[in-house]
Design a protein around this ligand. Structure first.
Ligand SMILES: [Zn+2]
Length: 527
């Protein structure tokens, strides 16, 4: 499914399954009698939305809230069990979606308890869900803002009156999703109780990566591994249905500390969700994502431009910044890739337009932007001239004089720029890049005073000239090397842009340029 079609489908299903207004799922608000789960852990939630009361000799903890309108039910439950609502000292939640945190603001107001939340979800509590990577733009999923008093990190403990809860960061469902573990002693035995935040996937979420959550897939994978490694006797979760509470307990059943002991059920639930995740990941990757509709990411570049990549003439091996970036992008998307060396920019454009390539690489030019969409510049390339060693010219500024003849290759960035900008020098246009020997001969014989190229090409020519040639200092134009796509391929352009931005920020682009030992090239600035 294309990204656009996926987004549309997501918009249609989101209304049904997202953590939206309470009335959409009657079980979320339907009252349920409070009861003792095990030891000092009690259920004070609704029929399906969990709220756990964890009592201590020095005040109590409430974990999860349901919606704002369920707060009176929670209060009733606490008091019916014989505890004082005002003794609630700490408010926690498994993740910052409205169905688990919308009551926090009211509970904090009523009890004065401290709100503690895993760091990445603390921001959501404080902006009412606006920065949620999936639901942030949907007004129906917002909840009342609440200030966070303590930001938790993975494995932090919450200690109150001899009770110790350990917070396990289990991201994926949200960036700060958290499972809480505590040990309860009953009948001379220790029970390891886990209130698990299960790794379910909301409609419209793409586990292969989302712009506002690029690492979501790795987070889910790590969470499933961590959850499988977590020792669990008593299995509890954010929703009653997730740990089959109603199959294990009916109102009025006698207290039994073993009632919710279910390590196998826990393990099976984690594995079931992991399989859903793996299936969805495989489907997203094989469904012909916008980036690589054939299943292979194919990128055309200028085979003769070392700023893109170098093709080993013997082996055909392609190395260089474009090779590094494309292989990393393909790895992240779980697809193979193919690099297509093209003789010139026209060939890159025709490969894109014919569908032979999904993307291309070229220097930004206004004229080219009318033919292809520029999707993200990764490198800035500086341009100069190569001259004879004994040339009187020193810098690029010296070259634009009436007596100077400059060579450039038709359609290359330098030719396009100089054709429009040279004031006095004469420009002679070549149909193709002269081979090194020919270039040396042209300059040596005085047919040409200077030849316009990028600084890396000049470096190559100087090195191969046996001391006959040198470079002029400076750059007459700095051009941006960019990924391009066929006009109108918006989803693909957006994916490339997101990747280029990430590669810049993570240092990947810099490392690729360094590895290629390029001269006169820098990482493109963000735009
Ligand atoms: Zn949720």
């Amino acid at each position: 499914m294309s990204n656009r079609a996926f987004a549309l489908a997501a918009a249609l299903t989101a209304a049904l399954a997202a953590p939206a207004p309470a009335q959409q799922n009657a079980d979320w608000t339907r009252p349920f009698p409070a009861f003792k789960l095990i030891g000092n852990v009690y259920w004070v939630g609704t029929y399906d939305l969990s709220t756990y009361l964890i009592t201590s000799g020095d005040g109590h903890i409430l974990l999860n809230t349901g919606f704002a309108e369920t707060v009176p039910q929670i209060r009733q439950g606490v008091e019916k069990l014989g505890f004082k609502f005002g003794d609630v000292k700490v408010l926690l939640a498994t993740h910052a979606h409205g169905d688990h945190v919308a009551g926090l603001a009211e509970l904090k107001r009523l009890t004065g308890a401290r709100v503690m939340m895993m760091e990445p979800d603390a921001a959501l509590l404080e902006d009412g869900g606006r920065s949620d990577f999936r639901f942030g733009d949907e007004a129906g999923t917002r909840f009342p803002l609440v200030a966070v008093d303590r930001r938790l990190r993975d494995h932090d403990t919450v200690v109150l009156g001899g009770v110790t809860l350990t917070a396990h960061h289990h991201p994926g469902h949200t960036k700060g999703a958290t499972s809480f573990a505590l040990t309860v002693r009953e009948n001379g035995r220790d029970y390891r109780v886990v209130i698990a935040n299960m790794g379910s996937i909301n409609p419209g979420v793409m586990v292969s990566g989302m712009t506002k959550y690029p690492t979501i897939g790795d987070d889910y994978a790590r969470t499933f591994a961590a959850q499988k490694a977590l020792p669990v006797d008593v299995f509890l979760a954010s929703h009653a249905a997730q740990f089959r509470m109603h199959e294990k307990y009916k109102p009025g059943d006698a207290y039994d500390p073993n009632r919710f002991v279910d390590p196998m059920g826990y393990r099976a639930a984690v594995e079931r969700l992991e399989k859903v995740y793996l299936d969805q990941l495989a489907k997203e990757r094989s469904a012909g994502p916008a980036l690589a509709p054939t299943g292979t990411l194919r990128v055309a570049f200028l085979g003769s431009n070392p700023v893109h990549a170098r093709v080993n003439p013997g082996t055909g091996t392609i190395t260089g910044p474009v090779a590094d970036l494309v292989s990393e992008l393909a790895k992240r998307r779980g697809v193979p890739f193919k690099l297509i060396p093209a003789p010139d920019v026209r060939a890159v454009i025709s490969a894109i337009n014919s569908g032979e390539a999904d993307a291309g690489v070229m220097a930004y030019e206004v004229a080219r932007a009318r033919e292809v969409d520029f999707a993200g510049g990764f490198a800035v390339m500086f341009n100069s001239y190569v001259v004879r060693l004994d040339s009187p010219l020193k810098s690029v500024e010296d070259a634009d004089r009436a007596t100077v003849r400059i060579g450039a290759v038709r359609g290359q960035t330098q030719e396009i720029f100089l054709s429009a900008n040279l004031k006095q020098a004469k420009l002679r246009i070549y149909e193709a890049q002269p081979p090194p020997d020919e270039l040396r001969r042209l300059l040596a014989k005085g047919e040409m005073d200077a030849f316009a190229m990028n600084q890396q090409r000049i470096e190559d020519a100087v090195r191969g000239s046996g001391g006959e040639l040198r470079a002029l200092t400076g750059s007459y134009v700095d051009v941006e090397q960019s990924f391009v796509v066929k006009k109108g391929e918006e989803a693909r352009a957006a994916e490339l842009k997101a990747f280029v931005d990430e590669a810049r920020e993570s240092g990947l682009t810099k490392a690729a340029l360094d590895r290629a030992k390029l001269v006169g090239v820098a990482v493109a600035p963000p735009r």
